[in-house]
Design a protein around this ligand. Structure first.
Ligand code: SF4
Ligand code: SF4
Length: 119
């Protein structure tokens, strides 16, 4: 599988990393641009210090124990998710239903695309 994130939409909630059974995701600090844009996301989904304003308005002040849109990851949340190990994905879809930003894209060998829908 290819697994990549639409970065401007990512809240940094870390749900993807927490639920993935095969360690596909890493959360990286938002200033670390060179190491964020490495999962093959299309250019319009790359991180350019460009958080989506609607997503920021929706999640920034939500108090649920996660630091939404925090610059740095503190091992519980913050930063931006990167699909660093897409080859390991078994398409269990756990991340797809847990992604606040609805920003995870998974492409299988037949080029079928799966996208996250927050539930
Ligand atoms: S669908 Fe793939 S990337 Fe998502 S949680 Fe399952 S194994 Fe991990
Ligand atoms: S679950 Fe979605 S919004 Fe949350 S850190 Fe992962 S990719 Fe970003």
């Amino acid at each position: 599988m290819k697994v990549y994130i639409n970065k401007p939409l990512c809240t940094g909630c870390q749900h993807c990393k927490d639920v993935c059974p095969v360690a596909v995701f890493e959360l990286r600090d938002r200033e670390d641009v060179a190491n964020i844009n490495v999962d093959g996301a299309p250019v319009e989904m790359e991180w350019k210090n460009n958080p989506d304003s609607d997503m920021v308005a929706k999640w920034k002040d939500v108090q649920d124990g996660h630091n939404h849109f925090a610059e740095k990851n503190d091992e519980t949340s913050g930063g931006i998710s990167v699909g660093v190990n897409g080859e390991a994905c078994i398409l269990c879809q756990a991340c797809l239903i847990q992604c606040e930003g609805e920003c995870i894209h998974i492409i299988d060998d037949t080029e079928t695309e799966y996208k996250s829908i927050y539930s």
